[in-house]
Design a protein around this ligand. Structure first.
Ligand code: F6P
Length: 556
């Protein structure tokens, strides 16, 4: 594959020139261009995206679009959608977009119609979901399932957990979902503490089915189930009784079906997916089984349709109106030309309180890379640090730095028009009060408050400098009619494609994650040292040896 070096393109040189003399002034830009908002506001699916408060001008935007074009973003996009093996370091296709193609669509890759396979698995998941929801699926003692616990980590946790929280109002009443991810035994202990094993179902989710955290938690959960059912006299100590309990209380999601069977989960209770689905791109695969149970097949289909709507936008809109392209290219502008290192995501929707955590894996595991697809060092900075909290909570925590700190943090503000909980405080519609904060913050960040304005308020002279807001703090405002299953799917797909666009410009493999391997391997090597193996301890560096020594002295 010919990897274009972005820094050698004419558009890169042009952007470098533009950046050299760049003098952001949102007040002036808004005053001088009455069309700024209309020309920089776009629609993608149900998403209304206002880019006008970003630190950019028409020449910068057109140079960014040129760069996208010179970097072959469309060609690379089409290669991804077609199933070419664009994940070079793992020699894999990248086909999460096939997971949400409508029934009846076809995409043949290596002689297999992957869309047909996707829908075969979906049908099995839907059948399972209907059984759990109707009560036809029962535990070992014949009781219906009340709580479903997802055991997984990273992409096998963050997506389902985030979407479950986002779509709480759509969850079937009487059914609760919990998520266990951390190998800290506290996680499983706390999440199962008040559960009744007779009415609890575990979904063990692991693409590889070899992840230490997940398999450890799955074994702990299985023991908890056996102990609990035995204590209630539901099962005895026999192997058959225990196997029967697992059959009724455990299902699995994985690409490694042999390993699932070795764990003792019936292949009939296993939902597969494919190596062309990256973990952080998998919430719309069988990894979302818990969501199909919680929401029901019909709403899960709407969730998938939301992704697909944005896929179509990404595939068909011209670059200059293509929202994931524009947002991705703005990310490149901020990272590489304005040297901004982080990116905040600030949902004004309490239900999206896990969205930033979800995006951290999506964006940082994808684009936190320092070599290019051909193994040579990157020529530019890559990967922003993504972070965030829902508004208005963040306002009372870190917005001080956003408004008046010495570093500029581009931020995406996300809100919906129709609230799920339309409460009133007297005459005041509280959602409107909430939205007033959204609009106020983006306005204050963009336009600030000048020295003259502060002084005109009668502020004591010594305090004037403290009360100045410099403005020119960039934000993107994303609004949608409501936080429906479709809109949540649309938001996820939007950020998937933004991440892709950035990765193409940086020339990196956005779909591998070698950087997580070393720590995993070392943990396995260090574990014996903690248990008291003196040779393993001696092999450690002095600091690690000392820390283990401290631990052992406390535990002895
Ligand atoms: O350690 C990182 C990672 O490989 C992620 O990419 C992945 O989502 C997570 O671990 C969980 O992996 P698995 O689904 O195979 O258990």
């Amino acid at each position: 594959m010919n990897i274009i070096d972005a820094t050698t393109t004419p558009a890169w040189s042009h952007l470098t020139d533009l950046a050299r003399t760049f003098d952001p002034d949102l007040r002036r830009w808004f005053d001088s261009d009455p069309n700024r908002v209309s020309s920089m506001t776009f629609t993608a699916g149900d998403l209304h995206v206002d880019l006008s408060k970003n630190l950019t001008t028409p020449p910068v935007m057109s140079a960014l679009v040129d760069l996208a074009s010179q970097m072959d973003v469309t060609k690379r996009r089409d290669a991804m959608f077609a199933g070419e093996r664009i994940n070079l370091t793992e020699d894999r296709s990248v086909l999460h977009t096939a997971l949400r193609r409508p029934r009846g669509d076809h995409l043949v890759v290596d002689g297999v119609d992957v869309v047909a396979e996707v829908h075969q698995v979906l049908d099995r998941i839907y059948d399972f979901a209907r059984q759990v929801r109707s009560g036809a699926w029962t535990g070992a003692s014949g009781h219906r399932i009340r709580v479903v616990v997802n055991i997984g980590i990273g992409g096998s946790d963050l997506g389902p957990a985030m979407v479950y929280e986002a779509l709480k109002p759509y969850v079937k009443p009487g059914l609760e979902c919990r998520f266990v991810s951390n190998i800290d035994p506290t996680d499983l202990a706390e999440k199962t503490r008040d559960l009744d094993p007779e009415t609890t179902l575990f979904i063990v989710v692991s693409k590889t089915f070899s992840t230490l955290e997940t398999l450890t938690n799955a074994r702990l959960a299985r023991q908890w189930l056996w102990d609990g059912l035995a204590a209630k006299g539901v099962i005895g100590e026999s192997e058959a009784g225990r196997a029967g309990a697992v059959a009724k209380h455990f299902v699995a999601v994985s690409t490694a079906l042999d390993k699932v069977a070795a764990f003792g989960i019936d292949p009939a209770n296993t939902f597969g997916f494919w190596d062309w689905v990256g973990g952080r791109y998998s919430v719309d695969s069988a990894v979302g089984t818990i969501l199909a149970v919680a929401l029901g097949p019909e709403l899960f289909e709407q969730f998938l349709a939301g992704f697909h709507a944005i896929d179509q936008h990404f595939q068909t809109e011209p670059l200059a109106r293509n929202v994931p392209v524009l947002m991705g290219m703005l990310g490149v502008w901020y990272r590489d030309f304005l040297s901004l290192t982080s990116h905040a995501v600030l949902p004004y929707a309490q239900y999206l309180h896990r969205f930033a955590a979800y995006l951290q894996q999506l964006t940082m595991e994808s684009n936190g890379k320092r070599v290019r697809l051909d193994g040579t060092p990157v020529r530019t900075d890559t990967g922003e640090i993504f972070w965030g909290e829902p508004g208005t909570n963040g306002q009372h925590a870190f917005y001080q730095l956003l408004h008046q700190g010495t570093q500029i943090v581009p931020a995406d503000f996300i809100a919906v028009a129709t609230p799920a909980n339309p409460l009133k405080d007297g005459d005041v519609d509280v959602h409107e009060l909430f939205l007033a904060n959204f609009f106020a913050q983006t306005k204050a960040l963009a336009f600030g408050k000048t020295e003259e304005e502060v002084r005109a308020e009668g502020t004591p002279e010594a305090i004037v400098p403290h009360r100045i807001f410099p403005g020119n703090r960039p934000t993107t405002s994303i609004m949608a009619p409501e936080l429906s299953p479709s809109v949540v799917g649309q938001l996820i797909a939007l950020y998937e494609h933004i991440t892709f666009v950035e990765g193409v410009v940086w020339g990196i493999d956005s779909f591998d994650q070698w950087g997580v391997e070393l720590g995993k391997k070392l943990a396995l090597e260090i574990a014996p040292a903690i248990r008291g193996d003196s040779a393993a301890l001696a092999a450690q560096d002095p600091s690690t040896r000392d820390l283990i020594g401290y631990y052992r002295s406390v535990r002895e």
